[in-house]
Write a protein that binds this ligand. Structure first.
Ligand SMILES: [Mg+2]
Length: 244
């Protein structure tokens, strides 16, 4: 019986399976910025590590992706001699808007799904984020659906360490007093097999892997109880596991 559902955020609720490296890469390609595959990958990884220092706790989701794109483009300007129209500041805003439009469309569908699931199950988010997960969910209008919001930066532990899921489960248990919730009654949904599915399966959660365009795709995927190509498919699976 499923009592609660824990979702990943980035690549899952915001893009329905598309990893953020793919989101940015596609936006840069569409803008014809001429960034090579190797240079982009390097800039993506470098920018990611700087995000943790720059993002403030109340930064919105738009600010988050704008900062991320800005850091990527600035890295390319400074280290790979690229030139962007109007500089990295102007170009990153165009790119962030482009990605944000896609996110808003996804959130339209995801919001309906969360609203419907929230009537029967406790919902939570577990994410490797920059300390502003709650502000980001708030800015997208979906924070209200979640009883538990676990941000790795604030929790002091990140995926793939199962401890981050353990922390979210113990918060859920507090929420559900006097009933106690156990991992077997929790479903975890995420786009990363190694970060979402493997660690939560170790704790005995049920797992649904959103397998669309991940950062990496392992050969063995036995920890996934179910595999979907679109997040809306989870509704049917949950209904079968736990009819309500
Ligand atoms: Mg993800």
């Amino acid at each position: 019986m499923i009592e609660a559902i824990l979702f990943d955020f980035g690549g899952t609720l915001d893009t329905n399976g598309i990893h953020w490296s793919e989101m940015f890469r596609t936006a840069y390609e569409n803008a014809k910025l001429g960034i090579t595959f190797e240079d982009f990958n390097e800039a993506y990884v470098k920018a990611e590590s700087m995000m943790y220092k720059l993002i403030k706790r109340n930064d919105s989701f738009f600010n988050t992706i704008h900062t991320q794109s800005f850091l990527q483009l600035k890295y390319l300007e400074e280290n790979k001699s690229y030139n962007f129209p109007g500089g990295s500041s102007v170009t990153s805003e165009v790119i962030a808007k482009n990605c944000y439009d896609y996110v808003l469309k996804t959130i339209g569908t995801v919001g309906q799904l969360l609203s419907s699931l929230g009537k029967n199950y406790k919902l939570g988010v577990v994410s490797n984020f920059y300390g502003n997960l709650e502000a980001s969910l708030e800015s997208l209008g979906i924070a209200k659906f979640f009883s538990v919001i676990t941000d790795s930066t604030l929790a002091g532990v990140s995926k793939p360490d199962p401890a981050i899921f353990r922390a979210a489960i113990s918060k859920l248990s507090e929420e559900m007093v006097p009933e106690k919730i156990t991992a077997e009654n929790i479903l975890v949904v995420g786009d990363s097999y190694t970060r979402d599915i493997e660690p939560s399966k170790k704790l005995d959660c049920k797992t649904i892997w959103l397998d669309v365009r991940s950062w990496e795709r392992p050969e063995k995927t036995v920890s996934a109880d179910f595999i979907v190509k679109d997040i809306v498919e989870i509704k049917e699976i949950i209904h079968k596991l736990s009819p309500r």
